[in-house]
Each structure stands twice: as C-alpha cells, then as structure tokens.
Design a protein around this ligand. Structure first.
Ligand code: SF4
Ligand code: SF4
Length: 393
C-alpha cells in the first residue's frame, strides 16, 4: 500500500498538468495478485482505457541486468482521450487528457490509480517527480513480458472468436444479502461472475475502475431510488447490457424486466448473461449528472424555421443533459440546438443526440440524452456554477 501523496491545494492550482500530458503507468503487482494475471491484464486492455507503452532497452542495474539497448519492454498505462478504444493498443504521439480525468480531477479512488500516479509527489513549484517512473516500470515489467504476450493473445482470440469468452463480470445492485445470494448462485451456475453492492451510489465508482460486462439492478433498489440516484447509474445502463431483476419470494425464481435496452432486449436471465459474455468488458466513465431542471427551447432542425419544442432538462452534467421530449422523429446522432432560456448567455448551444427514451416504452420518462458539442465559455461557467451549488454537502 502506498501512502497518499495527494495535495489538492497544489494540484488544483496546477490544473492537473500530469493527467493532461503524461497519464501514469501501472506496475505488474495489480495483475500478479489475480489468479490469472494475463486474463486480468487482457480485461483491462480490452476496456479501451489502457494502452501498451514501450521502453526501448533494458535499464542497467549493476550486477542485476545486462544492458540490452535493443530489447523492447512493454507496460500498460491509461489511454488518453485520443487513444481511447483505438485498435492496436499503441500509444499516439499527441498529448491529451487521461481517460480517467474528470472536470474536478482523477475520478479513480486513490488506491485504484496506476502506480506512477500514486507515487507522484506534488511540488509547490510544480516540479513534481515520482520515485517510480518509466525506468522503474521497465525494470518491473522486464520479467513479465510473457503476461503481456498472453494477454494480447487472449484479446485476439476473443475478437476472432477462437475461444469461448472468459467469465463475464456482472455488477449486481441489491440491498438484500439473501437476494444477492440468489442472483450470485444463478450467475455462477451459468458461468458468470458477480460483483455486488448494496448502494446505487457505489456503482459509478466500481464501474469507473473495474471493467464490467453488464449491470443488474434489483427492483426494490430501483423503486426506492431518488431521481438523483437514478441519474448516477444512467450512463452505466446505457453503456452496458443492463436489466432490472426481481425474485419471486415463493420460489426464489428470477424474473427479468428490461431496462433501457440500448445493448439489447432480453427475455430471460440466460439471454442477458449470454449478451454480457459477448460484450467487451469496459469501464464506464461517470458524467457527474445532477438533477437540475432548466427550461429550454429545443430546435430539432434549426434551419427549417419550425417553432422549437418547449421543454425542460431532467438532469445535467458538464458534458450534456437529458431533455424531456415526446417528439417522434428525433434520431440518435441527430444534431440539435438548445436555448436554455434562464442562462445569461443565450447563444444557441449545439448538441448531438446520444440516446433516446421513446414515449410509450417501458413506462419511463420520454426524452433525449444529448452531448453538448459547442458551449460558450460563459455558458460553461454558469452551468458549472449551477451544478456545483447542487453538489451534496
Ligand atoms: S501532481 Fe504535479 S503535475 Fe500533477 S496535478 Fe499535481 S501539481 Fe500538477
Ligand atoms: S489515472 Fe488519474 S491520476 Fe493517473 S493520470 Fe489518469 S487522471 Fe491522472
């Protein structure tokens, strides 16, 4: 365990230079602790959030390593937003934000950050150094290159279908230990693994650090969740195969109720698990959604001259929002224009539709989830101030 060196006062002043220019490096220990280190590494690499960096040459250690300037040593580091999900896992030359960087800093809990990030010591003069850097990473990974080779083979086999998928990991959210046990046994009996939490609020943290194949929410949790709690898991429900589950008390049989269905609609528990097994495990970056109602004019086609739809947001994040709408003709990826009538700067905001909740389906609030494409600086600052004011305690 590495003691936390975090110093928010220094890093807030700096604005996260390290995370914007040189994402950390992970050591082999995280994977060696797993029963199958290559599979654990393959799951990380397969999430799209990691790339394989290369070190040319074996760093010399007197009496321990032979200098070999030609040897290539590979090791994993977080991807940048430009590298995220790119095939090949090779680093790109351009600098960009680390995929784990959120608006207010790294969203990984300290102990889940890569080793270099945990060892980096913030410096008041912003000359921050880590006692564990590229040289130490190359030495640490030197004798574990075989794990990297095996992980790459597993990934290739998975993509080409040469081997059955490894056990899919499914996040189960239920307050009842008895019901978790029912779900766990059912999952394990058909070859899936279960990661359970009793609190919806824990789900985004788990999903941000552990690649998952699916998410299952127990109905009593859904029924009792506040709209803010529901907003917390909205991105996970969209990014992963997802279901709401219930247990029949008389027979302990599992009933399935489909959630948003963006990754498929499942009639049986087995269908859901099969879809998870065929879905590439991934981590889900939280969007920090907050329940916030902003009155808005929604232009479906700004050039058409058609009057805008009068609507309202149900939740907002720095990157986008969910707008109520029953309009039947909006499509995913459509470009729309939003005018938030309460903002000081009324410049039309360009946005792209990322997902839809159609009226009449699943008894859910109809509307569109959108990502802001163009906000003015004044709008960004005003939105962030509104969101900050609603942050819990
Ligand atoms: S560790 Fe250093 S470079 Fe990184 S955010 Fe903090 S002060 Fe900036
Ligand atoms: S993992 Fe976190 S601390 Fe490390 S570079 Fe990425 S955002 Fe920064």
């Amino acid at each position: 365990m590495i003691n936390s060196n975090e110093d928010h006062s220094i890093c807030a002043r700096c604005g996260g230079h390290c995370c914007r220019t040189r994402p950390g490096i992970e050591g082999p220990e995280r994977f060696l602790g797993s029963p199958d280190p290559a599979a654990a590494l393959a799951q990380f690499l397969g999430s799209g959030n990691w790339v394989l960096e290369q070190h040319l040459g074996v760093p010399y250690q007197p009496g321990e390593t032979a200098p070999d300037p030609e040897r290539i040593i590979r090791y994993p580091r977080p991807a940048t937003v430009l590298e995220h999900g790119k095939p090949g896992l090779a680093p790109l030359p351009d600098t960009a934000d680390c995929v784990f960087l959120a608006a207010d800093g790294c969203y990984l809990p300290f102990n889940d950050r890569p080793r270099l990030c945990r060892e980096l010591v913030p410096d008041i003069c912003l000359e921050c150094e880590s006692p564990w850097g590229r040289r130490e990473a190359a030495l640490a990974w030197l004798n574990y290159q075989e794990i990297i080779e095996q992980a790459l083979k597993q990934l290739t086999n998975k993509r080409t279908g040469n081997h059955p998928m490894s056990s899919p990991l499914i996040l189960v959210i239920s307050r009842s230990e008895t019901r978790v046990q029912v779900y766990r046994e059912a999952l394990e009996s058909i070859g899936a693994s279960c990661l359970a939490t009793s609190d919806l609020k824990n789900a985004p943290v788990l999903a941000a650090s552990t690649p998952m194949n699916g998410i299952a929410i127990d109905m009593p949790v859904r029924i009792k969740a506040s709209s803010n709690d529901k907003a917390l898991v909205e991105d996970m429900l969209l990014a992963l195969p997802s279901v709401y589950l219930n247990v029949s008390p008389a027979t302990d049989t599992i009933k399935i109720l489909t959630a948003t269905g963006t990754k498929g609609t499942f009639r049986t528990f087995e269908q859901f698990v099969a879809a998870c097994a065929n879905f590439q495990a991934r981590v889900v970056r939280p969007k920090n959604r907050v329940e916030l109602n902003l009155n808005a004019l929604l232009y479906h086609d700004a050039a058409s001259g058609v009057a805008p739809e009068q609507t309202v947001t149900l939740n907002v994040s720095p990157e986008g929002c969910f707008l109520f709408s029953t309009h039947p003709d909006i499509e995913v990826n459509q470009q729309i224009v939003i005018d938030f009538v309460g903002l000081t700067d009324r410049t039309p905001i360009m946005a792209s539709v990322r997902w839809l909740q159609t009226w009449g389906k699943d008894n859910l609030i109809p509307g569109i989830g959108v990502m802001f494409v163009r906000l003015s600086k004044a709008q960004r600052i005003e939105l962030q101030a509104l969101l900050k004011a609603l942050e819990p305690g």
